[in-house]
Ligand binder design. Structure first.
Ligand SMILES: Nc1ncnc2c1ncn2[C@@H]1O[C@H](COP(=O)(O)OP(=O)(O)OP(=O)(O)O)[C@@H](O)[C@H]1O
Length: 238
């Protein structure tokens, strides 16, 4: 146990929860969350609609802080962080939001580059890195397209590219294949599996049990289930 607000120096976890809970006002959504997301791990988060998956992911990427218990990000207690600390922590996280939003007046290329520019980390290699990244997600031919011109699958792959341009240690994805047909969902999953093989920790909220089954053929994924405010590890009978 680390004292409140402190840093766990030898902690290996990317994200850690200790008896954490969350309430919106009087409404307690989550409680008793204890979890370690270690480097290179692969977690799915499932559970019924309204169970608190998005709320939990928001705590993971420090958009929300626990109302009780503790959350540590790369060994640092979220409770002790100011805005600058959170911005620095976020540079180590790639986030795919449920409804990925882009700036519609900027090209796909500029949208994906934005997190690097905003964090002041764009340099002479960034254009080449972006070209490589666009190729990797299969969007090199769409680089100059505007976001409204993209298909759902293209948007999700663009969201993934934008999430990883900052070379994060962990990728947090909220329903990354939500509106995609199976072929496209599988494509996005393959990219996430590949990132995991490169050592990134992956945390995905999804309703799609087929996606979980498909991933389990390739990676040692742990499946967490949120229901009635509590988190459990799902059985193997998926
Ligand atoms: N900003 C908010 N203020 C108050 N209540 C909220 C807020 N955001 C979410 N909730 C409520 O918290 C509960 C959990 O919502 P959350 O979006 O985390 O669930 P979810 O498991 O991600 O759902 P879904 O699978 O439908 O996306 C729901 O009852 C929701 O109505």
């Amino acid at each position: 146990m680390v004292p409140p607000g402190a840093t766990r120096r030898n902690g290996a976890a990317v994200i850690e929860f200790e008896e954490a809970g969350f309430s919106y006002g009087q409404d307690r959504i989550l409680s008793g969350l204890t979890l370690q997301v270690t480097p290179g791990s692969f977690h799915f988060l499932t559970g019924p609609s309204g169970a608190g998956k998005t709320t939990f992911l928001k705590m993971c990427y420090l958009a929300l802080r626990p109302s009780e218990g503790r959350m540590l990000s790369f060994g640092r207690d979220a409770a002790g962080m100011d805005r600058d600390d959170i911005a620095r922590q976020r540079q180590r996280m790639g986030v795919m939001h449920q409804n990925c939003q882009f700036l519609d007046h900027l090209s796909l290329r500029d949208n994906i580059m934005l997190p690097l520019r905003v964090s002041g980390r764009a340099d002479g290699n960034s254009d080449q890195d972006l070209d490589d990244l666009l190729k990797w997600v299969g969007l090199e031919h769409r680089a100059t397209a505007l976001p409204p011109e993209l298909s759902g699958g293209e948007r999700q792959r663009a969201a993934l590219a934008r999430a990883i341009i900052v070379a994060p240690d962990v990728i947090v994805a909220d329903e990354p294949t939500g509106n995609l047909d199976w072929a496209m969902a599988e494509k996005v999953l393959r990219l996430l599996v590949e990132l995991n093989r490169l050592g990134k920790a992956i945390l995905i909220a999804t309703h799609d049990l087929n996606l979980i089954r498909a991933a389990k053929a390739d990676v040692n994924a742990r499946v967490l289930r949120l229901a009635k405010g509590r988190m459990t590890v799902a059985g193997t009978d998926l």
